[in-house]
Design a binder for this molecule. Sequence first.
Ligand code: AMP
Length: 401
Amino acid sequence: MLNKKSVDDINVKGKKVLVRCDFNVPLKDGKITDENRLVAALPTIKKLIADGGKVILCSHLGKPKGEPKPELSLAPVAARLTELLGQEVKFAADKEVVGANAKAAVQAMKDGEVILLENTRYRAEETKNGEAFSKDLASLCEVFVNDAFGTAHRAHCSNVGVSALVDTAVVGYLMQKEIDFLGNAVNNPERPFVAILGGAKVADKLNVINNLLEKCDTLIIGGGMAYTFLKAKGYEVGTSLIDNEKIDYCKEMMEKAEKLGKKLLLPIDTTIASEFPNPIDAEIDITVVPSDQIPADKMGLDIGTKTAELYAEAVKSAKTVVWNGPMGVFENPILAKGTIAVAKSLAETDATTIIGGGDSAAAVNQLGFGDKMSHISTGGGASLEFLEGKELPGVAAANDK
Ligand code: AMP
């Protein structure tokens, strides 16, 4: 359990409460195309409204790189939040984020009202945890609530800097839920604990592989990263994605698994094609071959059918499953079968199923299995760093219980 104070441990009646949310949602032509992060933020916001706080929301959106960029304004988020909450969320348009306009809007607030500040990354100091912007943010409030798991792996003004400058800094419900689910899975899992890792490169997930191998009973590898493992086993992998510098690392991990008595499952067959699809969702001719029979001029782009069955079997006997990274180039329906099979096996099990943020979360939601999972993390990088066993600065900054 998280040993940090939460919104349940404080009294916000009549107080100005600054809440760092993760409203970094995808936008297309000014419209929000995936509002999961907004919905995930509602429980904390509703609680603070009900308790009579003056609720000042803030978040970053995209990468404006320290300059006001109208296309990255949070105005559309305020409009959608107004609908979702059924109460006005006033947008404090302000190029300086905490300039004259925002300050006046905060001054005019009554208990239970909600405003949203402009994109925190309009300010160059934000991502450098610069003091001036941290002070500006702290000057707006008496209480700070961090509910942005998606940025918890970064030390920025709006999560870490501001925490040090207020008397009360606590975490919100979403942050608590994320840490409870991920923390329990990794540190106190109901066993057997099966971890599934996929995605593009081994290099991006070195520490995750290493840490999860120690914690889990079975580690399953799929996606692009599987081919470096297969090459480390001495197989021909053709033109598949390979991290040549990480072949020794993969050998080490296979030896480590053996030493620890852990199962490390690699694809036994693989879906191959002549080249990477271009565009990514283009029609493509595929064949499935055993993993040790990939022709020199072919590329592995998904796990094969037998592998999908093997992985589904492993999931069936698990009590806890953590999954991060697709099993193949899931953006192409012809190469999404492995990812769908794994998603389906998670959807069908009674085990606790936890999906790391980013591509795997998007895949599970897109495939319609979202509501079948115990928890889908809202943080891609943050959930990965958590699975690496790192302390997240955004969490560490909150007051201890
Ligand atoms: P990541 O961001 O590391 O989770 O990687 C996700 C990306 O990995 C997706 O865009 C997939 O298309 C890609 N990917 C998965 N399997 C393969 C593969 N066999 N070859 C190349 N890319 C892959």
